[in-house]
Design a protein around this ligand. Structure first.
Ligand code: NAG
Length: 522
């Protein structure tokens, strides 16, 4: 059998690693090949487990994980090596005909190395007695630290099983943030024990608009609802942690709050009654900025939410808060007078700064949509720039961190091809190539200011995505383009090369049963 000839498979990794040096030959794995970790600890074994799982699930190859101090011949060695001094998410991978050695200074890097190893194998499911890895030397590390995907579960609720799949998708693209948009006008989706009506009332709407909200007057007459218990949230957060994904919760304030107001009408300026929204858009009724009760409520809610999410960031929304009610509200006007606030933008800023202070006191960093710049930015806030890049530019110039999510490039609720050929979406047009060509550091910024850009994120608003299948369709393959934008070196960006690697990646989507948009792959 030593004379057996193997063809070396091509290396096609998405996102493209920082440095790839191809070599001759292959490493051949069979069921006897040891998969070794250098420490007898559950975390390393779990990381190796993602490889053994893939081997058995895709190719029917049953391998097992053992412990060994150093690399060995005819084995895959996964070694944590702090003395390497690599960045937390970096890894070095060496595949030679003799052995495979994966090393990193932190488990995060090893996890990404395993993702790369998986991509060296055939993209389709097939029964194998041997798996063939191409010989290659890879040194890899991400360009940005915030590589995010957002999911709006307010407009349409997504079941826990799918949320976990979504986290898998984030991880396989070497992304590391899941921004979970948990509250909306159309539904409050997280159990809060102190305020049970938030889910009893706020998680349900009596019906939903049919078709496009701009032109339709027709409703489906069907009650709709759903929420996550705190136990489910913990389960999802643990699932994400094992995949090196940080979950950033978003509790929206002061706007997009109708579901909360329907549950506790005293939190609005007029006292209601309010109804959980049944159509999409921006609504005038928002939290009252004058009443102390509003702050008491929000601090209570935040106090319950914070311990569920161990990550350092807490997203407070902050977008699209009409000032209509505040202008008429005696409580809001009294607050403005007392605090010496010149206008309602400053009142919003007061609101957000109070919440930031509370979060900071509890060890959390606040992040919000770029409207939090209006009326004065909270002292430590990170800005998520969605109305173009201006918010991110302003934040970075003021030496605040920013995450770029400009609509033109990062809104995956936009059409990805000619709308006439596509199922109904909100509007816009953001084809795969456009996402790929996005540059997160705006040219307006100096090199120093550019350092405040933490990364970028794809946003998935679900007004027009009722099911997980639709979410997948809007997300794939655009997530791969964004992953490369935030992971790979700027200089290696090349759309044709990306598309040639994607030919294999979409086979992987097929094997995983992912419902992706095929327009670029026919
Ligand atoms: C904006 C809203 C969002 C909506 C989306 C649709 C942000 C920060 N706010 O109008 O609630 O679902 O765009 O593209 O995006």
């Amino acid at each position: 059998c030593s004379t057996k000839q193997y063809t070396r498979p091509e290396v096609k990794i998405v996102p493209e690693p920082a440095k790839v040096v191809n070599a001759d030959g292959v490493f051949v794995l069979n069921e006897k090949t040891p998969i070794l970790v250098n420490e007898d600890n559950p975390e390393l074994k779990q990381i190796a487990g993602f490889l053994t799982e893939q081997l058995s699930d895709f190719y029917g190859l049953n391998t097992s994980v053992d412990v060994a101090d150093s690399p060995q011949k005819r084995a895959i060695f996964i070694g944590l090596d702090k003395s390497l001094n690599l960045g937390k998410e970096a890894y070095n991978l060496s595949v030679t005909p003799k052995q495979i050695v994966l090393k990193a200074s932190a488990p995060n890097g090893l996890f990404y190395g395993v993702q790369t190893l998986i991509q060296l194998l055939p993209p389709s499911r097939q029964q194998l007695t041997e798996a063939v890895f191409p010989a290659v030397e890879i040194e890899d590390a991400p360009r940005f630290s915030w590589r995010g995907m957002h999911l709006d579960v307010g407009r349409h609720f997504m079941p826990v099983d799918f949320v976990k799949k979504y986290i898998d998708y984030i991880a396989m693209n070497k992304m590391n943030v899941f921004h979970w948009h948990l509250t909306e006008d159309q539904g409050w989706r997280i159990e809060i024990k102190k305020y049970p009506k938030l889910t009893e009332i706020g998680s349900k709407r009596k019906e939903t608009i049919i078709g496009h909200a701009h032109e339709s007057k027709e409703y489906d007459g069907t009650p709709y609802g759903g929420f996550y218990t705190q136990d489910e949230i913990k389960d999802v957060v643990a699932y994400a942690k094992a995949r090196y994904v940080t979950v950033v919760p978003e509790i929206e304030l002061p706007g997009h709050a109708l579901a909360a107001l329907a549950s506790y009408p005293e939190l609005g300026c007029t006292g209601g009654p309010y109804e959980v929204a049944t159509t999409w858009g921006v609504f005038d009724d928002v939290y009252c900025a004058g009443k102390e009760n509003t702050f008491k409520f929000l601090e209570d809610v935040i106090s319950e939410v914070m311990p569920l999410f161990p990550g350092e960031y807490f997203h407070i929304g902050g977008d699209e808060c009409p000032k209509t009610q505040w202008k008429k509200c005696p409580y809001c006007q009294a607050r403005m007078k007392k605090e010496g606030l010149k206008n309602e933008h400053e009142l919003q800023s007061y609101f957000v700064q109070r919440i930031e202070k509370f979060l900071n006191e509890h060890g959390k960093k606040m992040i919000g949509w770029d409207e939090i710049l209006e009326g004065g930015l909270a002292p430590n806030a990170t800005v998520m720039s969605w109305r173009g890049e201006e918010g991110g530019i302003a934040a970075a110039q003021a030496h605040h961190d920013a995450v770029m999510t400009p609509g033109n490039y990062c809104y995956f609720d936009h059409y990805q091809a000619d709308p006439k050929t596509q199922p109904l979406a909100i509007g816009g047009l953001t084809p795969l190539k456009e996402v790929y060509e996005y540059e997160p550091i705006p040219k307006e910024l100096s090199a120093e200011e550019g350092k405040y850009i933490l990364g970028a994120q794809g946003n998935v608003w679900t007004e027009y995505m009722k099911t997980p299948e639709r979410v997948e369709y809007m997300v794939f393959p655009r997530i791969a383009a964004l992953a490369e934008v935030v992971w790979s070196p700027k200089a290696s960006r090349n759309y044709d090369d990306f598309m040639s690697r994607m030919q294999d990646e979409v086979k992987r989507y097929d094997a995983l049963g992912i419902n992706y948009c095929k327009v670029e792959f026919q």
